[in-house]
Design a protein around this ligand. Structure first.
Ligand code: FNR
Length: 185
């Protein structure tokens, strides 16, 4: 049986480079992972009062997906040298209700794309730091830090045209598949 990988994108915009990168990772993982996408944009801003009133549907469905996960894939941009707020919000939700669900102990792989030369290294470092505190099992290498990603894809379809990145993604998928087999539940 294929491992269930829950994928979340740190960018909420329709034309997101990171969403396109995520789609390419999902496409290349066919036959190796069973991917379920989690929409973090639907989650309310984390608030313990909302939690106390009972989780809204968006939170329940997010938790349910993570509950079924053997591993988590996070593909995120870098905003102002750090993690986008929406993704931090999702991770805060994910850190709660440990009985029902927890990202704790789950294997996590992190990737990111940017339109500039700098890449998403700083953002990925922050995601790693936050997840470490949540006791997740983070795959450190190989990394996908895709800079100038708009030059590596067909703009409309988002399909990858860069052989180097394609190979990187293959290695990333292969490594995370092994990582999940070793560190997964
Ligand atoms: C950016 N961008 C950016 N890029 C980077 O490499 N380092 C950074 O610190 C930032 N900071 C930043 C802040 C804000 C508010 C925005 C909107 C953008 C550029 C970013 O990499 C680029 O917009 C990506 O295309 C965003 O990802 P998506 O939405 O295409 O997935």
């Amino acid at each position: 049986e294929l491992p269930v990988i829950v994928a979340m994108c740190g960018s909420l915009r329709k034309d997101s480079l990171n969403r396109k990168l995520m789609n390419e990772i999902i496409r290349q993982s066919e036959g190796k992972w069973h991917v379920k996408e989690a929409e973090i944009g639907e989650l309310p801003l984390f608030n313990e009062d909302i939690e106390a009133e009972g989780d809204p549907e968006s939170v329940r469905s997010f938790r349910k997906k993570l509950n079924e996960a053997d591993g988590v894939l996070i593909v995120t941009p870098e905003y102002n040298a750090g993690i986008p707020g929406g993704l931090k919000n999702a991770l805060d939700w994910a850190s709660r209700s440990p009985k029902e669900f927890s990202i704790k102990n789950l294997p996590v792989a992190i990737a990111g794309a940017s339109n500039g030369n700098v890449g998403t290294a700083l953002s990925q470092m922050q995601v790693r730091q936050i997840l470490t505190n949540m006791n997740a099992n983070i795959m450190t290498n190989p990394k996908i830090i895709a800079s100038r990603y708009q030059t590596k894809i067909v703009p409309e379809s988002g399909r990858l045209t860069d052989e180097g990145t394609e190979k990187q993604i293959d290695k990333f998928i292969e490594s995370f598949t092994r990582f999940v087999a070793v560190f997964g539940k």
